[in-house]
Design a protein around this ligand. Structure first.
Ligand code: ARG
Length: 445
């Protein structure tokens, strides 16, 4: 029986269509819907809308549902419509009228928002941790190869002397920026929608600050209409933030795919990271890098799927919003998985220093030759033209010595990994303390 059953018949095909794939998708939301329900029940107890005994029985049953779910023994049946219905059905089966009271003063509209926000809050921390793992891995790679030369490229053409340390250090520093964006998105998730009910508040004196505190939210998202209107909007902002570290991983993967070709040969992807062809016995393929590369556009598509669904929606809940759930869940998972695997791959990449050094051909020192002349007083434009005219006769220089001389802030000879590491470290501490704060709230529910 649906929660909105009023006695009359409803076309079964239409109910099935409206339910869509919610029963499968909602499985991951079970513990989070349980948490939201416990907070709501405790709040109803405070308002004397439930007796202390009823609160205790509901909490016990809700905790049992979570345990059943963890044991793989709680399922959302297709006729349940969604996780909210499945949980209320179970509470009513077990507790009769006490179960029938649980929905007092709430709507599935604020319930689903709460469950998604709790899920998003935890999973975005996983994404952040995975991004930081990639940053740490890039910093380690940079330290290992701080002085190992390779050509730097613009327009996919050799440009100037660079190093593997410089290349990887760029990704480590990029992750610091990317994680700042993830934290800003996390802050949007860190506000409680519970108690907005259908989007208009209720007649009951709901204590929203109390439920927010119980669930470990740092604040209440206030205007109930705004709460409802933020469905999908916050999800899109979260995925947009995820696409930033994914863009970093994307670029790294693109480079590594090229650098590991026999044509470049700058790096080797160990065999244990490569997958094969079913037909061509000779192939060892960088599928893992290609899928890391694909994660960014895939999550951008999830973000835009959500944004597209919002276009033209009037204020208040609209069922269209149900379709924002799948891209949100999928986008978060893809982000977490791609970033975590990218860190693992980078840790295993081997450098062929000789091949990379051999690619540091004389012409990539032309800019430095011109600048050297400029330092000695030749007007730069004349020095530039002189270097261009003598490109063919430029003598090969030592790229390692060249790099070592470039010492200004951010130059290849001055990686300053310490500053990058300190920033990554501070962000890591934020993840750990935030996780601990949430875990404490969940334990005390
Ligand atoms: N499955 C629904 C969703 O994700 C739950 C909310 C249903 N609310 C409603 N008014 N029909 O949006």
């Amino acid at each position: 029986m649906t929660l909105w059953d009023k006695g009359g018949p409803v076309d079964a095909a239409i109910v099935r269509f409206c339910t869509g794939n919610d029963p499968e998708l909602d499985a991951v939301l079970i513990p989070f819907d349980v948490a939201g329900s416990i907070a709501h029940v405790r709040m109803l107890g405070r308002l004397r809308l439930l007796t202390a005994r009823e609160v205790a029985r509901l909490r016990r049953e809700l905790t049992a549902i979570r345990a059943l779910h963890e044991a793989g023994r709680f399922s959302i049946r297709p006729e349940d419509e969604d996780v909210h219905t499945a949980i209320e059905r179970r509470l009513t089966e077990r507790l009769g009228d006490t179960g029938r009271r649980v929905h007092t003063g709430r709507s599935r509209n604020d319930q689903v928002l709460t469950a998604l926000r709790l899920y998003g809050r935890e999973t975005l921390l996983d994404v952040t941790e995975a991004a930081l793992a990639l940053g740490a891995s890039a910093a380690r790679f940079a330290a290992r190869h701080a002085r190992t030369p390779m050509p730097g490229y613009t327009h996919t053409r050799r440009a100037m002397p660079s190093s593997f340390g410089f290349w990887a250090g760029a990704f480590a520093e990029a992750i610091v920026d990317d994680v700042a964006g993830l934290r800003a998105a996390w802050d949007l998730l860190d506000q409680s929608p519970l108690g907005a009910a259908a989007g208009f508040g209720t007649l009951l004196p709901l204590d929203r600050a109390f439920t927010a505190r119980l669930l470990g939210f740092s604040r209440v998202q206030r205007n109930a209409q705004h709460v409802q209107n933020s469905r999908g909007k916050i999800e899109a902002a979260v995925l947009a933030a995820c696409t930033q570290p994914l863009a970093t991983a994307h670029r790294m993967a693109v480079d590594l795919i090229w650098y590991s070709t026999p044509e470049f040969g700058f790096v080797r992807l160990p065999d244990r990271f490569c997958t094969g062809s079913s037909l061509m016995p000779n192939k060892r393929n960088p599928d893992v890098l290609e899928l890391i590369r694909a994660a960014c556009p895939a999550v951008c598509a999830d973000e835009f799927r959500i944004k597209s669904l919002l276009a033209g929606l009037p204020s208040g809940y609209n069922r269209d919003l149900q379709l924002t759930k799948e891209p949100f869940l999928r986008g978060l998972r893809s982000s977490r998985d791609a970033l975590a695997i990218a860190a693992r791959v980078l840790d295993g990449v081997e450098v062929d220093a000789a091949r990379a050094r051999a690619a540091c051909t004389p012409e990539i020192f032309a800019t430095d030759a011109a600048l050297e002349a400029a330092r000695q007083g030749v007007p730069f434009r004349s020095a530039y033209r002189a270097a261009a005219a003598t490109l063919a006769s430029l003598a090969a220089s030592d790229p390692a010595a060249n790099i070592a001389r470039k010492r200004h802030v951010g130059a290849p000879g001055n990686l300053d990994l310490r500053t990058t590491r300190a920033a990554l470290g501070a962000q890591g501490r934020w993840v750990r303390s935030t996780r601990a704060r949430i875990a404490r709230a969940m334990r005390n529910l």
